[in-house]
Design a protein around this ligand. Structure first.
Ligand SMILES: *Cc1c(COP(=O)(O)O)cnc(C)c1O
Length: 391
């Protein structure tokens, strides 16, 4: 089959799922149909616009309640949350941190902000996330346990942590990953930036690792304009997260004093107000996005040459993005389809360029990355806004 005819078939299936074209279908649009205006107005009317305020506290409490984490600490963005999580996990300058190569740049950059080195690992075709068994084989190959610490035999550096990322909202097989992390004494920091609302065996993603990071960027399932959060069940880590993200300021009635180098990573009250409004609609967003995914799965069922990615049996995904997987990895074919769809007003997108191909990360340590390299040439993300599910 030619690339053009596959592109035509995909376009027809898309039109069938989304209806006839009227304007561009963006990849993911935010939606503010709840109390966002009301809460934001209240911030402006009362003057509580900055990093302290009732909505910051409320948003943190509601996030903890929704996810089942005992503590949530909100931050300026998801990257800041990840950076803080890695510090909380004890990542230090010169350490290595295991990161999937198939991820958004923030996962690798946050490791660099700690002065640590990302060590790239492969993904699973079942979850699109970190492959625990491949990771185990790789560590058995390259790592030694020395005095209880995992050490990369080649570089001599300590491997301190692993950062699973729940790709496009789909949970990784976290039980298997926790077992590997346990064998090699690695801290688990979940990058749950894309998976708010996604469950693994009935439990919310981002509550399995010691700490985890959420994002409320404009394209995520829930947005605060820009924002992020740290989840943890450890009260000590939660207190330390608050401290580090609040310039390590020592609480005092009127004195300004700080006991270490901290960060101005707080979320302003205005953004938290938007977040409170958004969170009230999260369950409805998830329902509509799952309905859209069901329509995609049904609408593309007869297609030859590609199929819609589906959640695993252990997962209840938020289907943040709907993903079409080409049967064969073929970058040229992928780009023909992408060009075709974009010309016709559908904002289809490839996955990210793999981290180990980027100039600043091309010399980092790597596991074999064959699956991620195949996926990179197979993945096409389709318009996925919740409103596309509406009749
Ligand atoms: C969105 C995202 C982040 C955080 O991004 P911010 O824009 O800083 O909020 C981190 N990791 C992944 C995988 C993401 O998709």
């Amino acid at each position: 089959m030619s690339a053009e005819s596959l592109a035509d078939d995909i376009y027809s299936a898309l039109r069938q799922v989304l209806g006839s074209v009227a304007g561009v279908r963006s990849l993911h649009e935010p939606e503010f149909a709840g109390n966002e205006w009301k809460y934001t107005r209240e911030c402006l009317d009362t003057g509580w616009v900055s990093s302290v305020g009732a909505y910051v506290d409320l948003f943190e409490r509601n996030l903890a309640a929704y996810t089942g984490a005992t503590h949530a600490v909100v931050t300026a963005n998801g990257t800041a949350a990840l950076h803080t999580c890695l510090m909380l996990a004890g990542v230090q300058g010169g350490d290595e941190v295991l990161v999937p190569t198939l991820t958004f740049i923030a996962t690798a950059n946050a490791v660099s902000y700690c002065g640590a080195i990302p060590h790239f690992v492969d993904s699973s075709t079942q979850t699109l996330g970190l492959d625990a068994e491949a990771l185990r084989r790789h560590l058995e190959d390259v790592a030694d346990m020395r005095a209880g610490e995992c050490v990369n035999r080649t570089s001599g550096r300590r491997i301190r942590a692993v950062v699973p990322m729940h790709t496009f909202g789909h949970p990784v097989d976290i039980d298997r990953l926790l077992a590997v992390a346990n064998t090699f004494n690695l801290a688990v920091v979940e990058d749950a930036a894309e998976s708010l609302g996604s469950l693994y065996r009935g439990r919310h993603t981002g509550t399995f690792g010691e700490v985890s990071a959420l994002s409320f960027n404009g394209n995520k399932i829930v947005t605060t304009g820009g924002g992020g959060a740290i989840l943890t069940n450890d009260p000590r880590l939660a207190a330390r997260a608050k401290h580090l993200t609040t310039t390590a300021r020592v609480t005092h009635g009127w004195e300004f004093t700080h006991d270490e180098i901290g960060y101005n990573y707080r979320m302003p009250n205005i953004n938290a107000a938007v977040g409170c409004g958004q969170l009230e609609n999260l369950a409805a967003f998830v329902t509509r996005k799952r309905a859209l995914a069901a329509r995609y799965i049904e609408g593309f069922r007869g297609l030859k040459g590609a199929a819609i990615f589906r959640e695993c049996e252990f997962a209840r995904s938020n289907y943040w993005l709907n993903t079409l997987i080409l049967d064969e990895p073929d970058t040229q074919l992928r780009d023909v389809v992408l060009t075709h769809l974009n010309h016709r007003g559908f904002a289809a997108r490839p996955a990210w360029t793999l981290m180990h191909r980027l100039p600043m990360y091309s010399r980092c340590p790597c596991a074999p990355l064959a699956v991620a390299e195949r996926l990179e040439a197979q993945i096409i993300n389709l318009p996925s806004s919740a409103k596309l599910a509406d009749p």
